[in-house]
Design a protein around this ligand. Structure first.
Ligand code: ATP
Ligand code: MG
Length: 469
């Protein structure tokens, strides 16, 4: 089944967000969209699903399996859901129904989309899970699955309806290399079996591994397209050249850029820390002193306790043993955490301006401070009047960064703070974060799955989970 998008245009009240996008996706083929954060990638996928926000004007034509529809008629796309097109959710563990065991989640698609009886649906679901090495997870609820397992269950349930076309919006963001490769292998397998894949990613390595056609978007338009081998190896558009060159392995190293290499006073100290979760020891004997202005990288495989370490250091949960000392006489609000998932940290019902005004009022700082930060982070101020679901993933991530920095933290635990940014914006954003934290003497723990980035941007690193099997 071939998916065709012709002359897609999406506009908001005062701006054209997507202009003249056409693409064809054939069986056994992959199309990967790369491009600047906010350039319209997600909107293209949403148009294919018919889920573009109602306040936006859509025009163009969409066809799959011979059925051509006017892109403006989004209701017409509904019949394709699960049957012809499956959307691989961005946050698998959130999208799974917490009250259903894995087998039942997957069996649902076979029953209600494909129309199998209850027995055959369960048998098929069992076979799907076994083929993804998940037989052991059949009867588990989502909270009992690791991130990697949840990703595979979500994949199986998205595809259970038998849809030959898969849309995946940043399916590997924030995953460590092992899990990322596992997700890429799942996607490639679906294509090798005759499916078609439209994948949006900021990870050049993922784009390379998927192969097929690459489309590069900038400010709502396609600026370059072609075979992965050509576009990624010998890009012709200046933007693509910059994008490919901005991979963290090409960044200057922290020691070379450090302007103030003299470490400041200790802002937070952990001594002989041990941490357990669900009766399992995650790490022990960790000694750590964070000094003003310094950046320390925290790496380690998925599930090794990186987020838990942050919670212990911030006093949100006690360590199994050991001590944490935060600098005395400093308000607790100046020990801050930047959450991995920016969507979860904003209320869905209020504008970003209102959310930021609440923050500046709480911390008794002027609203101009947050405006200055947004400007430095290159966030267009026009989007402050929108709700969180009306801006792109990378825009929201930078707004959440500005919100945390405006609290003038002296310690910041930053969990994958640039996971939703294209490589160019990621590098710029990291530079701004480093400048601001250094100016203000804020000690930063940077959690990242990207070892190369950690090596480039932090003065030293700790690796957790080396004693895990
Ligand atoms: N409902 C809306 N109203 C107004 N503008 C919107 C709305 N939804 C999205 N936009 C804007 O459209 C542009 C494209 O958004 P989109 O989510 O497609 O970007 P993207 O390329 O997926 O970015 P990212 O890489 O950050 O996810 C952004 O500038 C965004 O702010
Ligand atoms: Mg997006």
């Amino acid at each position: 089944m071939t998916l065709t998008i012709e002359n897609l245009r999406i506009a908001a009240a005062g701006a054209v967000l997507v202009r003249d996008v056409s693409l064809t996706l054939e069986p056994y083929r992959t199309v990967t969209i790369l491009g600047e954060t906010g350039s319209g990638k997600t909107l293209v996928a949403e148009a294919a699903m018919g889920t573009v926000a109602p306040e936006l004007a859509v025009s163009g034509r969409i066809a799959d399996g011979g059925e051509i529809s006017d892109a403006a008629d989004q209701g017409a796309r509904r019949g394709a859901w699960g049957r012809r097109i499956a959307m691989l959710p961005q946050e698998p563990w959130v999208s799974l129904d917490p009250t259903m065991r894995s087998l039942a989640q997957v069996a649902e698609g076979h029953r209600f989309v494909r129309g199998l009886g209850p027995g055959p649906a369960r048998r098929q679901a069992r076979a799907d899970l076994a083929s993804l090495n998940l037989a052991a997870g059949d009867d588990r609820y989502p909270h009992q699955l690791s991130g990697g397992m949840a990703q595979r269950v979500a994949f199986a349930s998205a595809r259970a309806g038998g849809a030959p076309i898969t849309l995946a919006d940043e399916p590997t963001k924030g995953l460590d290399a092992t899990m990322r490769d596992a997700v890429v292998a799942l996607l490639r397998k679906a294509v090798e079996e005759g499916g078609s894949l439209l994948c949006i990613t900021h990870d050049i390595a993922v784009a390379k591994a998927l192969g097929g056609e690459i489309i590069v978007m900038l400010k709502g338009e396609i600026v370059e397209r072609g075979d992965a081998d050509t576009v990624l190896v010998a890009p012709s558009h200046p933007y693509t050249r910059r994008l490919v060159a901005a991979a963290p392995e090409n960044w200057p190293t922290a020691t070379a850029t450090a302007t103030a290499s003299v470490p400041g006073d200790v802002v937070l100290e952990g001594t002989e820390l041990a941490v357990s979760r669900n009766g399992r020891r995650l790490f022990s004997d960790l000694d750590l002193a964070v000094r003003a202005g310094e950046w320390i990288g925290v790496t380690g495989p998925s599930g090794c306790g990186k987020t838990t370490l942050g919670n212990v250091l911030l006093g949100l949960m006690p360590p199994a043993s050991g001590r944490v000392r935060r600098r005395a006489g400093v308000a607790s609000t100046r020990f801050q955490k930047l959450y991995q998932d920016p969507v979860a940290t904003f209320s869905r019902h209020v504008s970003l301006r209102t959310a930021l005004a609440e923050t500046t009022a709480r911390h008794r700082v002027s609203f101009d401070d947050v405006m200055t930060l947004l400007e430095r982070l290159r966030v267009p101020v026009a989007l402050l009047d929108r709700r969180p679901d009306q801006v792109s993933g990378g825009e929201l991530q930078r707004v959440s960064l500005a919100r945390v920095l405006v609290a003038k933290p002296i310690f910041l635990f930053a969990d994958e703070p640039t996971s939703r940014l294209d490589p160019i914006t990621q590098q710029e954003t990291m530079d701004v974060m480093r400048e601001v934290t250094r100016e203000r003497g804020c000690g930063t723990l940077l959690v990242t799955h990207d070892r190369t980035m950690a090596e480039r941007i932090t003065e030293r690193r700790i690796t957790l989970g080396s004693d895990l099997a």
